[in-house]
Write a protein that binds this ligand. Structure first.
Ligand SMILES: Nc1ncnc2c1ncn2[C@@H]1O[C@H](COP(=O)(O)OP(=O)(O)OP(=O)(O)O)[C@@H](O)[C@H]1O
Length: 471
């Protein structure tokens, strides 16, 4: 340690206990000091190293690349990453100048294996946490779906899985269906499952306002734009929806004069507030809904063809309830739970009451079913809703609706499945065991098991919905 005689023994003691490797070389590259940590990290012996030229040690392969040599050559701090005996070392050489000459090279070696492992571990932990977070979110979504939207039948499952695929994209969705088929519910579902879910969902019913009012509601107005306009002007719903989703309900009712402005909004995401000359740009996703046949409207000249093609990118048809009778069971279950909770009841419904509800053609679709279920829960004074209650609540509607089944849109298989489920549900109502059910239906135990599974039916549903003495 001759070359370092100017450094006090106290300082050397610090070097000796350092966890980092420390090497000091002179201006010619001759190693004058190596601390125990460096001996350990580099797997070398100080007796062999001290007094030797770094370039020689590099030639001998003791050092794969000598940082000392590199630092002397480049005359500036140099950092390298090297692997030695399974360790990952970051080696830094710093030249120390006297006048213009390099007097010393100070080398610091740090074992980053542990550090990198900790980093990798923490990344792994982060990835696992992300995975669980995603799983939780998916569970949450499923929970939401359960509580907000019925998705029971095969048709509905297909629709929902299509919506799940398109929800995160910005594709324009056109929901088509009769009044009460769930266009609003589905539009909100798309928004909630989109990347815009934390931004506003703004609905405008194009059928309820006059052309002038609709225009100012949609696009807003500047101050003094028309008599009675607020002095400060007003933001339109299009702007309120910025970043989120604009739901244009009853798009078929949109006045022709506004259709061209809507076309511009859809195409270029620009609009002009009433009374202004300046265009404004927004970032919105548009979902439109209609219960009218837009193609017929084009023929009648009340709907623009170019707008129709802009809107018809991803049409999603929500069939009327009479075309998906299988869904009625799921809706009944859903509304029983919903309204029992709302009114604090624990009412049940008998299978024969369910049969009556299924017989009806539901011209007002799910909205009508929802209203009827709410009325039944509230007005029936007994714990179990019976067939006669349904007939009373539906009244004349029931008799009118009976026998109006429309199978014209169903294939034979679909109609058969609908009947089979209906039949089995009825037979469950009059059987007290699987054995009895098999006997009454004449089906083998295994066929019965398979069919009950297919239609998600259970014998204990009966116990839940029908008191024993009523059978
Ligand atoms: N899949 C569903 N799950 C649960 N409730 C539903 C579903 N579809 C519709 N409903 C209920 O039925 C009623 C009517 O639904 P919604 O308002 O979405 O229909 P709509 O097609 O938009 O009707 P309109 O054309 O008259 O505006 C609402 O009370 C809604 O909660």
């Amino acid at each position: 340690m001759e070359g370092l005689s100017w450094i006090s023994d106290e300082w050397i003691k610090f070097f000796e206990v350092s966890y980092d490797g420390i090497i000091i070389a002179d201006g010619e590259g001759r190693i004058v000091y190596i601390n125990p940590a460096s001996e350990r990290l580099e797997e070398v012996d100080k007796e062999y190293i001290v007094g030797r030229l770094a370039s020689e040690l590099e030639e001998e392969g003791i050092y794969e690349v000598s940082v000392t040599v590199k630092t002397l050559r480049e005359r500036k701090p140099v950092s390298l990453m090297q692997y030695k005996g399974g360790k990952q070392l970051v080696i830094t050489g710093i030249p120390i100048f006297e006048d213009d000459e390099i007097k010393w090279v100070y080398i610091n070696e740090r074992d980053v294996t542990e550090l990198n492992k900790i980093k990798r571990d923490s990344e792994e932990v982060k990835a696992i946490a992300e995975k669980y977070k995603r799983q939780l979110e998916e569970l949450q979504v499923r929970e939401d779906e359960k509580s907000e939207m019925v998705t029971g039948s095969k048709v509905m499952e297909k629709t929902v899985s299509l919506l799940a695929r398109i929800a995160p994209t910005d594709i324009l969705v056109l929901l088509e269906g009769e009044s009460g088929t769930g266009k609003d519910v589905h539009a909100r579902w798309i928004h909630r499952h989109s990347l815009r879910k934390d931004k506003p969902f703004v609905k405008i019913d194009c059928g309820t306002l006059s052309e002038t009012l609709l225009e100012s509601e949609l696009f807003g107005y500047t101050k003094g734009a028309f008599t009675g306009a607020s002095n400060s002007g007003k933001k339109g719903l299009v702007e309120v929806a910025d970043g989120g989703t604009l739901f244009l309900d009853e798009i078929g009712e949109m006045p022709l004069g506004l259709q061209v402005k809507l076309l511009r909004l859809i195409q270029d995401k620009v609009f002009i507030p009433v009374g202004s000359v300046e265009e404004k740009t927004v970032d919105i996703r548009i979902i439109a809904a209609t219960n009218r046949n837009l193609k017929d409207m084009i023929r009648q000249g009340t709907f623009r063809q170019d707008l129709y093609y802009r809107l018809n990118v991803m049409p999603v048809r929500l069939p009327p309830l009479r075309e998906r009778k299988e869904d009625i069971f799921y809706f009944i279950e859903f509304f029983m739970e919903k309204f029992n909770k709302k009114y604090g009841f624990h009412k049940t419904i008998l299978n024969r009451a369910i049969s009556r509800l299924c017989d009806y053609s539901w011209p007002g679709n799910i909205r009508e079913l929802s209203n009827v279920m709410e009325r039944l829960i509230v007005v029936v004074p007994r714990a179990a809703i019976d067939a006669s209650d349904v007939e009373t609540v539906l009244g004349r509607e029931y008799r009118k609706g009976q026998g109006e089944d429309d199978f014209s849109r169903q294939t034979y298989d679909e109609a058969f499945e609908e009947f089979e489920r209906y039949y089995l549900k009825g037979m469950i109502g009059v059987s007290s065991s699987n054995y009895e059910l098999a006997e009454k239906t004449g089906l083998s135990a295994s066929t019965l098991k398979r069919k009950l599974k297919k239609y998600k039916l259970r014998l204990r549903d009966r116990a839940k919905t029908e008191p024993k003495d009523q059978n």
